[in-house]
Design a protein. Structure first.
Length: 498
């Protein structure tokens, strides 16, 4: 970043906009750039006014328009850092915008550069072409390591090395320098050392604050899934794809996969299990939360999500119910001024061009709502279709769910349960076990096969409630998506006969 800033300033860029929540770290970089170029550095805030950072002298220009006017009196070859200036641009004050444009034109002839620093991008259309926008990346492992060493030295602890150090830095990736410093210090207070588990816990809270991403604690594995054997084999084949050995082999990092299918048939469960297969953190994104009411907020939210995901990488990014976030992109120009289309386009570009090891796994129930550009090859490594479980899969699901709730599958007639649950999803099978437990608890006895069959018969499966939708989805999947389950012998014979 330091070299990029230097190049922009030397090339005569009069307006730079740095998007970052790390004010102190950005200011340190700008100060280093100013010293390297021999420029004077001034910093403005609505509280302090315009401050000469060399001698601490202050010019009372607390009003943003006065601050812009005061820049004209500064010497040539100067950098002017304007903190939180984006807050004054939100209401699109025409006087402020005009003053800013005029000052940019003057500054360009006098070697001055105006640097706006804010946690999000807010630019009126009149200023979009006047500023070059720079995203200040979150600290990498080397920078987080410097912070770690400082904490250990101040606490008089031995500096971690080897695998212990790698685990600590992996746990801290995706945090700002200040957040990492606070997490390190808290770990020292709570455990007497720098514990990676505490740091992961704090990172989960930090990521969750934005409301966009959530770090999911994963306990599910592929053994938690009944069936879907083809998709499981595909994942197992790629379980070491993020390892150093894979990089040395020249193996490209997998991009991700899209899972479409009937609700309750293991899509979300597979997303969680994927993180266990890769042994990487799982970030969950609700695509609907990307959109904000302020101009530029939606695009900024997507940039923030990508920045955090790439900083934490290698990781798994789970986008649940993708169609809810991307369905409106076709009519975006008429409904939201093109915001959905711009967000969708940025997401597609990132999916196509990303080089960071972020494995994206998206789930969708209504594939007809997804734009066709999202479904073509190159966006995903594979598109899977999860259908209603067959007999073998349902038996495995019954076994898993019965064990999950502390009972032995051998105590039940699994064949009868399989025959009773034809057309039921995995989620409906689990609910049947839960209902049977409630019924048994009310009678102060253990649930039996008869009780489970009874509660199963009393419920109406999704395959009947949405028979037309399921049939339509199955027709769409033929030739467009890969089945997650291998066909049974009976199904193969029917296909041959057809």
């Amino acid at each position: 970043m330091r070299q990029r800033l230097t190049n922009y300033i030397r090339s005569g860029h009069a307006g730079l906009y740095i998007v970052s929540a790390e004010e102190a770290r950005v200011e340190a970089e700008i100060k280093a750039v100013a010293e390297g170029l021999g420029y004077k550095l001034y910093a403005w805030s609505a509280i302090e006014g315009l401050v000469n950072t060399a001698d601490g002298s202050t010019q009372q220009a607390n009003d943003p328009i006065d601050a812009i006017t005061a820049i004209n009196d500064l010497p040539e070859n100067a950098l002017v850092l304007q903190r939180d200036f984006h807050l004054f641009l939100e209401d699109r004050n025409p006087v402020l915008i005009r003053a800013l444009k005029d000052e940019l034109a003057r500054s360009k002839t006098k070697g001055r550069t105006l640097i706006l620093l804010g946690c999000r991008l807010v630019l009126a259309p009149e200023l979009e072409r006047e500023f070059t926008v720079l995203d200040f990346a979150l600290p990498d492992k080397q920078q987080l390591g410097v912070v770690l060493d400082g904490i250990c030295e101040s606490a008089k602890l031995e500096i971690p090395t080897g695998d212990d150090r790698d685990q600590i830095l992996d746990a801290a990736t995706g945090m700002t320098s200040t957040e990492a410093e606070n997490a390190y210090a808290l770990a020292v207070i709570e455990s007497g050392g720098v514990d990676s588990g505490i740091i992961r816990r704090e990172k989960a809270q930090t990521v969750k604050k934005s409301g966009l991403l959530e770090v999911v604690n994963v306990c599910e594995t592929l053994h938690s899934i009944g069936g879907l054997d083809l998709m499981k084999d595909w994942l197992l084949q790629r379980r070491d794809a993020f390892s150093k050995r894979a990089v040395e082999y020249g193996l490209p990092s997998p991009k991700g996969m899209l899972i479409v299918g009937i609700p309750g048939c293991g899509k979300s469960l597979t997303a969680k299990a994927t993180a266990s297969v890769f042994n990487r953190p799982l970030l969950k994104l609700d695509a609907g939360k990307l959109y904000g009411s302020l101009v530029g907020q939606s695009e900024g939210n997507l940039r923030s999500v990508i920045q955090v995901a790439e900083a934490i990488a290698p990781c798994v990014l789970w986008i649940d119910e993708l169609e809810k976030g991307m369905a409106g992109s076709k009519s975006s120009g008429a409904t939201d001024g093109g915001t959905s289309a711009r967000v969708f386009g940025s997401f597609l570009s990132w999916m196509q061009e990303k080089r960071s090891p972020v494995f994206v796994i998206a789930t969708a129930n209504d594939v007809t709502q997804l734009p066709p550009e999202l479904l073509r090859k190159g966006r995903w490594d594979e598109i899977w279709f999860t259908d209603l479980p067959n007999n073998e899969e349902r038996q495995k699901i019954w076994e898993i769910q019965i064990k999950k709730y502390g009972r032995k599958p051998a105590d039940f007639d699994l064949r009868a349960l399989v025959e009773m649950s034809v057309g039921y999803t995995g989620a409906e099978v689990e609910q049947a076990v839960i209902d049977a437990l409630y019924a048994g608890f009310a009678e102060d006895q253990e649930p039996t096969t008869k009780v489970i069959c009874q509660v199963t018969a009393e419920s109406i499966p999704l395959s009947k409630l949405m028979a037309e939708n399921i049939d339509q989805l199955r027709k769409w999947a033929v030739g467009r998506a890969r089945p997650a389950t291998a066909p049974t012998k009976a199904e193969k014979q029917r296909r041959i006969a057809a």
